[in-house]
Structures are given as C-alpha cells and as structure tokens.
Design a protein around this ligand. Structure first.
Ligand SMILES: *[C@@H]1O[C@H](CO)[C@@H](O)[C@H](O)[C@H]1NC(C)=O
Ligand SMILES: *[C@@H]1O[C@H](CO)[C@@H](O)[C@H](O)[C@H]1NC(C)=O
Ligand SMILES: *[C@@H]1O[C@H](CO)[C@@H](O)[C@H](O)[C@H]1NC(C)=O
Ligand SMILES: *[C@@H]1O[C@H](CO)[C@@H](O)[C@H](O)[C@H]1NC(C)=O
Ligand SMILES: *[C@@H]1O[C@H](CO)[C@@H](O)[C@H](O)[C@H]1NC(C)=O
Ligand SMILES: *[C@@H]1O[C@H](CO)[C@@H](O)[C@H](O)[C@H]1NC(C)=O
Length: 356
C-alpha cells in the first residue's frame, strides 16, 4: 500500500503545484473582454425608430469595418439620429480590427439593451454610439481602470519609472503630429522592461488628447500605480502598460499558446499519475505472488555503524509491511546471517539485497 500511497501523494502534490501556478497565472490576467459602459439616462423602446436606426448603423459598421481602423458614421433624423464610431488599437491588423468590430457591434446591443449611449471594449477595439454628436468631443468621464492585482516588488522605484515613461509617451501621442495620436514606449531597467501604449481617438485635438491621457494617468495613481499591468479604458483614449510587449505580435495568440500548453501539461500529469498508479499497483500484486523473502537493506550496508536501516520493502509470512519502515541493525544482521554471501541475492535499486 505504501508505494501506492506515496505515488498518488506525489501526483497530488504535482497537481496542487500545477493548480497553484495556474491560479498564479490567472492572477496575472485581466477580466475577460468585453468591458462595457452604458448610460441609462435615456433609453429607447422596442420597435422605436431609434432601435431600427441602431440596427442599421451597426450593420453599416460591420460591413465597413474592413475599410479603415477609425471610423465614424451616423444615421436617422433629428431625435432618432444616432452617431457611432469605432476605434481599433493601432497595432491590430486590418482583419483583426474588422473581426473585432463585427463582434463588438453585436455585443453592444446585448450588453446595453435599450440605452441611447453606450461603449464596449473588446480586446483590440472599442465601439461607441450615442444620440449626441460626440465627434471631436472630449469625454473623460467614466474611465475604467483594469489592472493586474499583483504589485511589483519595488513600488517606489517603479513609480518613478512609470512616471517618466508615461510623461514621454503622452507627449508623443498628443503632440507629435507624425505619430497620429498613437505612441508606444519601452523602458528597460536592471530587472525588467516596461512596455507602454497611448492612443487617442483620431478626431480629438492634440490638446484634448493630452487632457484625456493625463486624466487616465491620474486615475492610475489613484487605483493601481504599483500594479504589474494597468489598462485604462475610456471613451476618448487608451493608456496601458505591461511587462511584456503586448503591442508587438498578437496577444490573443500568446494567451492561446500559454493556455494550450498549460492545459496539455495538466492532461499529461493527470494521465501520467493515473498510469503510474496502475503500473505501481500491478507491480506490487505481481511481486506479492512471487512471495520471495527479500529485504532490501538500502545504502546502510556501506556504513555498518548505523544501527537503523530504512527498509524499502519488507515481506515476511504473516507480516506484510510494504511501506518504508525502520528496523534495527541487529535484527537485519540476524536475518541475513550477518550479511553473509550465501544470503546475497543481488543489487536492488537501493543497495544490495539479501535473502532472509
Ligand atoms: C458602409 O456600409 C453601408 C452598407 O453596406 C454602405 O451603404 C455605406 O456606403 C458604407 N459607408 C462607407 C463610408 O463606406
Ligand atoms: C467623422 O469625424 C470627422 C472628424 O471629426 C468629422 O468631420 C465627420 O463629420 C464625422 N462624420 C460623421 C458622420 O459624423
Ligand atoms: C458632428 O460634430 C463634428 C464636430 O463638432 C462636426 O464636424 C460634424 O459635422 C458633426 N456631424 C454631424 C453629422 O452633424
Ligand atoms: C478613476 O478610477 C476609479 C476607480 O479606481 C473610479 O472610481 C473613478 O471614477 C475614476 N476616475 C475617473 C475620472 O474616471
Ligand atoms: C512625475 O514627473 C513629473 C515631472 O515630469 C514630476 O513633476 C512629478 O512630481 C513626478 N511624480 C512622481 C510621483 O514622481
Ligand atoms: C515623432 O514620431 C515619429 C513617428 O512615431 C518619430 O519617428 C519621431 O522621432 C517623433 N519625433 C519626435 C520629436 O520625437
């Protein structure tokens, strides 16, 4: 029994370790998209012209999503007029942007049913509509900070690095005309590299872009300025930083790869321990049938001064002790004719083996 128990104890240990690393990994993850911000100040009813216009507008966005990354449009008359806009993160490829908008145009009506103003953020894009013309209009209200709930080891030093990084980043995104309201920046210190991104809605003025990003930055200071990753979602701009270069290559692909590998590992460990248990159990049954009287007295034979030996397995008539047990030196000497060669059977995994 002992072997089996210690075998499954080992696999349980492994499983716990794996669960621990998985939960650690999940600690480093954000809430899954989509994220929403709906205003329920004013609402539309079913079968209203507004609802009809909204459906038309969303289908416009879907069918035009492959045309350009930022896009705005409107439809309807007077009170039922709707303005809509989407913005993809600059690093998203055109087809990713298009896919993202198609998804967002469906989730937005599901997540904010009946609302005359709403925004959803998917992984790579945001989609927004309103009964007000918000084009070129800065909106810094209702920012949503998302962050990894784990802090860095050296917060004081980290704050300085973040401060310096964001200063430069916000300046670039807002006032460098050739940057098109989008900037990324990486800063390497002795122990890590910080990757940061800023992006404004392209219809904003440089001054408004700067204001939006500064408000996001203040929001980071108040919620999570020592966290290992922060993303501030807002209607008019994005401000993010991470410890990996999320804007190069596709983050979702990495998530997919990491999760697949973790999942495969889990299956291998479970299957492995299952097979290990079965093989171990069968091995012991077989060994029992042979009923040979063997004592594996372990490494102790080279050190006879030790009075206690750990026995790997010990099997006698009427006495069935397979777990690791202890036996004093004298009785082993007795049992094996003082380790005489006539009782020597061979070398076991744990040292020489003697017949009893
Ligand atoms: C967007 O799509 C709609 C319907 O497919 C089309 O009528 C409209 O012209 C498109 N708008 C632009 C700006 O491409
Ligand atoms: C889209 O945004 C541009 C820039 O602000 C603006 O000039 C244009 O009128 C907007 N289009 C619609 C349909 O609102
Ligand atoms: C919306 O507002 C923008 C900026 O104020 C303006 O340029 C645009 O013409 C407006 N769009 C409509 C459809 O009125
Ligand atoms: C900043 O973040 C907090 C949550 O940490 C939120 O309650 C607050 O409204 C945010 N500020 C702005 C201006 O959006
Ligand atoms: C961040 O940097 C600015 C100057 O760029 C400085 O005025 C401010 O005090 C700094 N804040 C912190 C928390 O270090
Ligand atoms: C402005 O942005 C462009 C493109 O991102 C970059 O090559 C250039 O160095 C920037 N200019 C300044 C003064 O930082």
């Amino acid at each position: 029994m002992g072997k089996k128990i210690s075998g499954s104890a080992k696999s349980i240990q492994l499983l716990l370790l794996l669960c621990f690393s998985l939960s650690n990994f999940l600690d480093l993850a954000y809430a899954d998209p989509p994220c929403k911000s709906c205003s329920d100040d004013s609402s539309y009813s079913d079968n209203s012209p507004f609802k009809n216009n909204l459906e038309i507008l969303m289908s416009y966005l879907r069918s035009n999503a492959s045309v350009s990354k930022p896009y705005n449009t409107s439809t309807g008359n007077d009170l039922d007029r709707i303005y809509a806009q989407y913005m993809c993160l600059n690093y998203a490829a055109h087809d990713e942007c298009s896919t993202c908008i198609k998804v967002a145009s469906q989730t937005i009506t599901r997540l904010c049913p009946g609302d005359k103003e709403a925004v959803v953020w998917e992984e790579l894009c945001q989609l927004r509509y309103s009964s007000q013309n918000f084009s070129a209009h800065l909106d810094v209200s209702r920012k949503i900070p998302q962050y990894i709930k784990k802090e860095v080891k050296n917060p004081a030093q980290f704050r300085l690095v973040v401060n310096e990084t964001l200063d430069n980043l916000i300046e670039q995104a807002s006032f460098n005309a050739s940057a098109n309201m989008y900037a990324t920046r990486e800063v390497t210190t002795d122990t890590y590299t910080l990757y940061a991104l800023a992006q404004c809605s392209a219809d904003l003025s440089p001054y408004d872009c700067n204001t939006c990003l500064q408000v996001s930055r203040a929001n980071i200071s108040s919620c999570c300025d020592a966290c290992r990753g922060v993303r501030v979602l807002s209607r008019s701009c994005y401000l993010w930083y991470e410890f990996y270069s999320f804007y190069e290559g596709n983050r979702r692909i990495w998530m997919f790869i990491i999760l697949t590998v973790a999942g495969a590992l889990l299956v291998v460990v479970i299957l492995g321990s299952f097979i290990y248990c079965i093989v171990k159990r069968n091995g012991i049954e077989k060994w029992k049938k042979e009923n040979s009287r063997q004592i594996d007295i372990g490494h102790g034979i080279g050190r006879p001064s030790r009075t206690v030996f750990q026995l790997q397995s010990f099997h006698r008539d009427g006495l069935d002790v397979q777990e690791s047990s202890f036996m004093d030196f004298a009785s082993i000497g007795d049992a094996t004719n003082n380790f005489s060669n006539s009782n020597f059977i061979g070398k076991g995994g744990f040292g020489p083996v003697y017949k009893v």
